[in-house]
Design a protein around this ligand. Structure first.
Ligand code: SAH
Length: 208
């Protein structure tokens, strides 16, 4: 039986070495068994710092990017967070340890069914999910303290910006295939302040 503890510890140390200093984020990543979120054939690669294919031509993000995006959200434990692109559920599981409730939208039902099974197995009860077009957000739940996109729109949909609270933070990959940037948007009294963080490569957000 493989026990991934040492692989996991090595990955966490590597992330620290790459400049991820947020202890709470690393602790949350230590809590979540990434091997349960990847296809069985790829379990042995679960603790490499790499994105991996999941079902239906989608991917589970690279741990370093998960760490950076999670850190950028500056969670205190009290937030309601909207995620667009549940995928395997890995990012949502990390968030579940750091905020009050995660609302996660996925357009591909089979992926969502698998993600929900994982949440149940891990006794994660503060993630609410639905199938739908994340570009429309979750109007019944809005406004949100934080919003995270794990699929890339050409530019951030205004509908989503409107669902962010004043004082809230959004993290998203933005741009077309070859030229995506991870952006952090702070909503202030005066409007939106946007910063580019680093170049990334996410699967596209597909509308409708
Ligand atoms: N957060 C995921 C990453 C999944 S990849 C994880 O940790 O595994 C991005 C996901 O976004 C894919 O599953 C894709 O189906 C989904 N997606 C793409 N466009 C979408 C849309 N408009 N609404 C909701 N989900 C979308």
């Amino acid at each position: 039986m493989t026990d991934f503890q040492s692989e996991k510890a090595r990955l966490i140390m590597a992330l620290r070495g790459m400049g991820v200093g947020e202890t709470e984020v690393l602790a949350a990543m230590e809590q979540v068994p990434r091997e349960q979120f990847v296809p069985p054939a790829l379990r042995d690669h679960a603790y490499e710092n790499a994105s991996l294919p999941i079902a239906m031509e989608q991917t589970i993000s690279q741990p370093y990017i998960v760490a950076r995006m999670t850190a950028a959200l500056q969670l205190t434990g009290r937030e309601r967070v909207l995620e667009i692109g549940t995928g395997s559920g890995y990012q949502a599981a990390i968030l579940s340890f750091l905020c009050r409730r995660v609302y996660s939208i996925e357009r591909l039902r089979p992926l969502l069914v698998e993600a929900e099974t994982r949440f149940r197995q891990l006794k994660i009860t503060n993630v609410t999910t639905k199938v739908g077009d994340g570009a429309k957000g979750w109007p019944e739940g809005a406004p949100f303290d934080r919003i995270i996109l794990t699929c890339a729109p050409p530019s951030i949909p205004v509908t989503l910006l409107k669902q962010l609270k004043t004082g809230g933070i959004m993290v998203a990959p933005e741009g077309r295939d070859r030229t995506q940037n991870l952006v952090v948007v702070h909503r202030t009294e005066d409007g939106f302040e946007k910063q580019d963080i680093l170049p990334v490569k996410f699967v596209p957000l597909i509308e409708g």
